[in-house]
Design a protein around this ligand. Structure first.
Ligand code: FUL
Length: 481
């Protein structure tokens, strides 16, 4: 008898433990630095250099540093606006293609130290660091690989110069959350007076692995962006449009910055062997740099909200460029739009109607993985069926007839991106009515659909690579249509 009880209790214990065992990771998974990056979602890009004063998009590299003379430069204004707009950080063009440095680099005179601004004593990076700290923002840097000013560009010596500058940026300005490697390599330039066309081989010239190593050593928490990662990839366009099917996965060994991959980058690779999620970079104006002629062409709050849906709503982060003007301030029109967008977003997602609502599922793998995890306001818990199941349904019971027209869904990406096909339905007059459907989910998707009155919304995972893990579902009644 005793023996029987022992076997029985052991069996119960084993079942209980295995029931609550999390599933194994599937495929590539994000690093801690990438997970932190996903959580940022929305941050500011700042394009600022001699171009701001010469009214150009790409400086040739022969600009006289004295043209850089902002009359009222105030990084605190940028940071305050970014903060008030709900952004989490600022990435600045420390050096754009023209080669002018916004910090007093010891490796060139083509910088703020040769400008009249603050008698050559100024340092935009230092001021931005202080402002970001004051407003609790993260800071990132863009250091253009292409340098139209440098006499040694296209020779091996330039790489030493580029890496020295990178070291300055990564050791003198505190924690950097993202390093932005641009892919443009246009050819002609000033190049120390040579005024000629210089071509390099994108695949080999920059010896990227060794530059990446410097970033890893000096700023281990920073992610690196380029067309092809290594940590974050370009989305393939500058129009603010993420791909509806969007895998955070990429076969990055086959790619390199500046290569012709725009068509692939939106969707990523379903069978990619690295985690390299997409970032949408887009400007609030037509240009990346400030031009007074574009003051009336600033994106409206409504347009910015659309961008939000096509970026954050499609499993991408949104890097929105807001270029300071020759005063060194963000222009009033841009500020108005940004704050208007913040207000719209607030109204759009005013009340999560699914929060703490009862949820049921077709099955689950135990107590820790119940359906209620998707409405518990905690993205670290998730619903998960047993390993054999590759499909499943989650039903949220709203308790009473409720109007809804937006849904937000998140996968628990720490263990990999899995969902390949899903559908959302609502119970209307006793019948299940389709609201929306799609392919991938990933970190986050947000979908619109026409208003329905319902008391139950069902999310069905129709196809996945492995057992699905859903960490969060939110429902909204947006005032928009
Ligand atoms: C491009 C650059 O050529 C533009 O000037 C801008 O910096 C944009 C973000 O990336 O490749």
């Amino acid at each position: 008898m005793k023996r029987y009880f022992f076997i029985l209790s052991a069996a119960i214990l084993i079942t209980a433990c295995s029931e609550n065992k999390p599933p194994e990771p599937y495929g590539p998974v994000p690093s801690e630095r990438q997970l932190a990056w996903h959580g940022l979602e929305y941050y500011m890009f700042v394009h600022f250099t001699v171009n701001t004063f010469t009214d150009k998009e790409w400086g040739y590299g022969d600009e006289d540093p004295s043209v850089f003379n902002p009359s009222e430069l105030d990084c605190r204004q940028w940071a305050q606006v970014a903060h008030d707009a709900g952004m989490k950080g600022i990435i600045i063009t420390a050096k754009h293609h023209d080669g002018f440095c916004l910090w007093p680099s010891q490796y060139t005179d083509h910088s703020v130290k040769s400008s009249v601004w603050k008698n050559g004593q100024g340092d935009v990076l230092r001021e931005l660091r202080q402002a970001c700290d004051e407003y609790g923002l993260k800071m990132g840097v863009y250091l253009s690989p292409w340098d139209r000013n440098s006499a040694v560009y296209a020779t091996p010596e330039y790489l030493v110069y580029y890496r020295n500058q990178m070291r300055e940026l990564l050791t003198q300005y505190g924690d950097i959350f993202e390093v932005w490697f641009d892919g443009a390599n246009g050819g002609d330039g000033y190049y120390g007076g040579a005024r000629e066309t210089r071509r390099i081989d994108n695949r080999t010239y920059y010896d990227w692995p060794n530059t990446h190593q410097i970033v890893r050593e000096l700023q281990p928490s920073a992610v690196m962006f380029s067309d092809a990662g290594p940590d974050v990839r370009w989305v393939g366009n500058e129009r603010g449009i993420g791909s509806i099917t969007n895998w955070c996965l990429l076969k990055k060994d086959e790619m390199y910055p500046g290569g012709n991959f725009a068509k692939i980058l939106g969707a990523g690779h379903e069978d990619g062997n690295y985690w390299v999620p997409a970032e949408v970079d887009v400007s609030i104006r037509r240009g990346w740099f400030y031009h007074a002629s574009q003051d009336s062409m600033v994106r409206s709050p409504e347009n910015l909200l659309e961008l939000y849906y096509t970026s954050v709503g499609r499993n991408c982060n949104l890097l929105l460029n807001v270029p300071p003007d020759p005063r060194g301030l963000l222009h009033e029109n841009d500020v108005k739009s940004l704050l208007g967008f913040k207000e719209l977003r607030k109204k759009e997602f005013e009340k999560n109607l699914a929060l703490y609502k009862k949820a049921n599922s077709s099955s689950d793998r135990g107590r820790k993985f119940r359906a209620s995890n998707v409405t518990d306001d905690n993205t670290q818990t998730y619903w998960c069926p047993s390993d054999e199941e590759t499909t499943g349904e989650l039903t949220i019971n709203l308790g009473e007839e409720t109007e809804v027209n937006r849904i937000l869904i998140q996968e628990y990406i720490r263990l990999g991106q899995r969902v390949q096909e899903f559908e959302v339905e609502a119970l209307v007059d006793g019948e299940w009515m389709k609201l929306t459907d799609g392919t991938t989910i990933g970190y986050k998707i947000i979908r619109k659909f026409p208003v329905v009155r319902t008391n139950q919304v069902k999310v069905s995972v129709r196809e996945t690579k492995a057992v699905p893990l859903i960490s969060n579902i939110e429902l909204y009644r947006s005032p928009g249509d």
